[in-house]
Design a protein around this ligand. Structure first.
Ligand SMILES: C[S@@+](CC[C@H](N)C(=O)[O-])C[C@H]1O[C@@H](n2cnc3c(N)ncnc32)[C@H](O)[C@@H]1O
Ligand code: SF4
Length: 440
């Protein structure tokens, strides 16, 4: 068959990556009271607590980006936002949901947390610490855009206790970085990386994207070589998707009215990730998820991901942030104005929510854990009193028939081909009403 006869293989507009379940499109504002009620309930004492802080500022908006970001805020607006974040954190710290727990993991995400100045950063963390100390945190992750990193800033990031530094490198080719409207250039990468190494962050991760606009076989091979030569503790590789709220999508609509994105086809992107994984394995790395290769899997963990995929609680602080509280999914107000209005009035800035049924909790963990390449049958028996092999027999059989996974008495194991298209496979485990609906 020709490529034209396989539209499924084309990269079309829409979300591909399954980051949560049920899909965001079924979370609704009329359920916001359920989130407010969840905050007023005591937690299950064994459930770990985490904190996600959304820093929605960037130097430029990348053409492929679908996150909530602002590129036009001045320092007083940033100060006001950081005050809002600490007020929101204070409100949580005073609520029953905390139940005497301290955060086990912290995630500074964005946007670009490294957009903040050393002064803003240390001020934010000191204020939050006073209210609810992070001294039991097993991991503090901090996302960075390489061009924002000076030595003073990296030192400040290290001093606030960050254990996992994550650099959004995406690509090493300046023309491709430019074409995709990235703010950084290749020479800034090595400078930031070398200094970060010299001050001994426990873990440095680098992000790459397979399939940026302008990507070619040749360039991708060079990118992989350069990434491998840096010897980071972990490498995360995303396959480029083109959600509706991206500049690429807007341009597609304006220029041609087409649904086909100017990005490589899915089988090409999968081949690129496969090539990268093979090169990394040759250098001794281990593939620990559909997106991640790790140098020392015994010592390099990713607590945020693993806790979240095992049903932990997470306070999602900041504009448009996602959280999970006592079995309820929560998203904050999606725009800066309404977000600040709420927190400054002393109210939780909740925009929409969804209370998970027992069935949905099971599906969420079962589906998301597939991304780790292995799923343990006994875990679900012990936690949910369900034999997942029986409950998901039909979907598992179809995935086995396609060679995406195999199963023995205790473990489901994804094949490399299955892992590379795991987000597409997971839909089959969803409840019928959540299949083939818009994800976001
Ligand atoms: C919030 S950003 C990381 C920090 C910082 N903002 C940066 O970009 O350097 C999270 C990561 O999501 C990935 N990402 C963003 N948009 C994407 C898309 N449309 N498809 C695939 N990955 C994407 C990029 O690898 C990016 O590093
Ligand atoms: S720097 Fe990161 S968060 Fe900001 S627009 Fe680019 S990908 Fe999105």
């Amino acid at each position: 068959m020709t490529a034209e006869a396989q539209p499924k293989n084309k990269t079309t507009a829409g979300s591909y990556f399954v980051s949560n379940y049920p899909p965001f499109s079924v979370w609704t504002s009329d359920k916001a009271p359920e989130a407010h009620a969840a905050i007023q309930r005591l937690p299950h004492p064994e459930t770990p607590l985490g904190v996600y802080l959304h820093i929605p500022f960037c130097r430029k908006r990348c053409h492929f980006c679908y996150f909530k970001v602002y590129t036009d805020k001045n320092s007083s607006e940033i100060r006001r936002y950081l005050d809002g974040l600490t007020r929101e954190f204070d409100m949580y710290a005073d609520s029953p949901i905390i139940g005497g727990r301290k955060p086990k993991y912290i995630y500074f995400g964005g946007g670009t947390p490294s957009f903040l100045s050393p002064h803003q950063l240390t001020g934010l963390v000191e204020t939050m610490h006073k209210k609810l100390p992070w001294d039991e945190a097993e991991e503090i992750t901090f996302e960075c855009e390489p061009g924002t990193l000076t030595e003073a800033k990296l030192s400040a990031i290290r001093e606030i206790g960050v254990t996992r530094l994550s650099l959004g490198i995406e690509n090493f080719n300046d023309e491709i970085l430019e074409l995709n409207n990235r703010a950084h250039r290749s020479k800034e990468i090595q400078r930031a990386y070398d200094f970060a190494r010299s001050i001994e962050f426990p873990q440095i991760n680098i992000d790459l994207i397979a399939g940026m606009v302008g990507e070619t076989d040749e360039n991708w091979s060079r990118c992989v070589e350069q990434a491998v030569a840096m010897e980071p503790d972990s490498i995360t590789i995303y396959q480029m998707e083109v959600p509706f709220n991206t500049t690429i999508y807007r341009e597609m609509m304006k220029e041609k009215g087409t649904e086909i994105a100017p990005v490589a086809e899915w089988d090409v992107k999968r081949r690129w990730v496969d090539e990268a994984f093979r090169a990394l394995e040759e250098r001794g790395y281990t593939i620990t998820s559909a997106y991640t290769a790790v140098k020392n899997p015994d010592s390099t963990r990713f607590v945020y991901r693993d806790r979240l995929w095992a049903g932990a609680d997470m306070l999602g602080l900041g504009v448009a942030s996602f959280g999970h509280l006592n079995g309820v999914h929560v998203q904050n107000q999606k725009d800066m104005g309404p977000y600040l209005e709420k927190v400054e009035a002393g109210e939780f800035p909740i925009y929409r929510a969804h209370t998970l049924s027992g069935e949905e909790r099971l599906i969420r963990e079962f589906a998301l854990q597939h991304k780790l390449g292995r799923v343990n049958r006994r875990y679900f028996q012990d936690k949910f009193d369900v034999d997942v092999y029986e409950r998901f027999a039909g979907a598992m059989r179809s995935l086995q028939d396609e060679g995406a996974l195999s199963a023995d008495d205790e473990w489901i194991t994804l094949s490399r081909a299955g892992l590379l298209r795991v987000d597409e496979c997971l839909q089959r485990y969803f409840l019928p009403e959540h299949q083939a609906i818009r994800y976001t």
